[in-house]
Design a protein around this ligand. Structure first.
Ligand code: SAJ
Length: 406
């Protein structure tokens, strides 16, 4: 039994390592030769809690990496599915090309599992026709969307419940058993369309709930109330659990997936559309707040305002769709070429013209520190900010002198 995992990114790599370290023969395939040579040489391509140990175990169990597709019993496609910013619709070209390559080598009766998030109906519209075109309807399609959260991926891979969507229940059960080699959660077998929809619904649920917290922030502002206090009190109710307002919503899923529903069901998904607009307006709120604090304190040079944090959330190195990137885009759209120094301990490569790579150097040159991401580092170095103004957009720092909230 050989598993070929296609796409060795944030989802594909940990999944491949997990299968390999739990007794399956695994070949990981990526089109990028640098990723393949680095993994083959024993070097990981991103940071994640617990991944070093898992990688070592998988290497000991004989996992192989290649740019070529293998002749395997099961294929797991975990390639990106970005969305087109203009139409808010999903870009399926990576999935389609991966499935086509699978069909070119798959033996009769192989199973092709799509793990990538897709908009509801994508498998029927974009993937199934490929099987017909290639006269490969002997290959079984499965959709098994992942649910793991960056920063806690390994624990969640082992413990989260999973969904397996299959045309044929017996194939679904077989694949459920395969995931059961490492997954201790409940594995639900359903049909492909239900699996597609439930995945997108999960992230939409979270986006709508974050939007509610963000809207409460605006309401409490207008009412002259402290939103954090209001939320803390309301959350004492046994069935209320309001999330945290923040500088925006980042990552590859929550700011993206709900748009699939809006794009495909524009008449029905009105609450979802509004929620997305509310979340997307948050970086602009940060921008306005920076302006207010500068004015109140007579700061007239943006170079004295430092942005702390570039990733989309704390203690991960993933910057996709991050609120900080959204903020910088917003500034540029207003014609402001931001000269603000920017620092993120998790981002070691240069991504921005005024990026600084040392905490002390960063803090020394600014008067106002805008904390966009509450990395553990800044929480443990709060005392070093004692003579600075701090805008804590995440309300994560507790007691700091000269503290401003959003
Ligand atoms: N955020 C807030 N306020 C909150 C919570 C989060 O503003 O109260 C912001 C975060 O700062 C971050 C963004 O939302 O910018 C999203 O972060 P997240 O930690 O909520 O989620 P992701 O994108 O890392 O992972 C989500 C998860 N989905 C759900 O919780 C429903 C994960 O389980 C999925 O696997 C993942 O999307 C995915 O790949 O779909």
């Amino acid at each position: 039994m050989l598993i070929n995992v296609i796409g060795l990114g944030y989802i594909g790599l940990p999944t491949a390592l997990m299968f390999a370290s739990h007794g399956s023969s695994v070949i990981g395939t990526d089109q990028n030769p640098e990723v393949v040579s680095s993994l083959t040489a024993g070097e990981l391509t991103f940071e994640e809690s617990g991944i070093n140990e898992l990688f070592a175990a998988a290497m000991n169990s004989g996992i192989k990496f290649s740019t070529q597709y293998a002749v395997a019993d099961v294929y797991i496609v975990a390639v990106p599915t970005p969305y087109r910013k203009d139409t808010k619709q999903i870009e399926t070209s990576y999935v389609r090309s991966a499935v086509q390559s699978v069909l070119a080598v798959a033996p009769r009766g192989a199973v092709c599992i799509v793990e990538s998030t897709v908009s509801p109906g994508t498998i029927d519209k974009c993937v199934r026709p490929l099987l017909r075109e290639a006269t490969r309807e002997d290959v079984h399609l499965v959709h098994a969307p992942e649910r793991i959260i960056p920063g806690n991926m390994i624990v969640e891979l082992e413990n989260n419940n999973r969904t397996i969507g299959a045309d044929d229940a017996s194939v679904g059960e077989r694949i459920a058993q395969l995931y059961g080699t490492f997954c201790h959660g409940e594995i639900v077998v359903t049909d492909i369309r239900t699996a597609e929809m439930s995945k997108v619904v999960e992230n939409t649920y979270r986006a709508v709930n974050i939007a509610f917290a963000n809207e409460l922030d605006a309401i409490c502002d207008a009412a002259g109330l402290d939103v954090r206090q209001v939320i803390a009190v309301a959350n004492k109710h046994p069935r209320v659990n309001i999330l945290n307002p923040g500088p925006g919503v980042g990552g590859h899923c929550i700011p993206v997936d709900p748009w699939f529903l809006v794009g495909d069901f524009p008449e029905q998904a009105t609450l979802v559309r509004e929620a997305m607009y509310i979340n997307e307006a948050r970086p602009e709120k940060v921008m306005k707040r920076i302006g207010e604090i500068m004015e109140e304190n007579g700061i007239d040079d943006l170079a004295k305002v430092g942005i702390y944090g570039l990733t989309y959330k704390a203690d991960v190195d993933d910057v996709r769709e991050s609120p900080t990137l959204q903020l910088l885009d917003k500034l540029r759209s207003f014609g402001i070429r931001p000269p603000m120094p920017l620092y993120d301990p998790m981002v070691k490569t240069g991504m921005y013209e005024n990026q600084v790579f040392d905490f002390d150097e960063f803090v020394t040159q600014v008067d106002l520190v805008v904390v966009m991401v509450p990395h553990t580092e800044i929480k443990s170095r709060i005392t070093e900010l004692s003579n600075k103004m701090v805008l804590d957009t995440q309300n994560a720092l507790g007691s700091v002198d000269n503290l401003y909230t959003l």
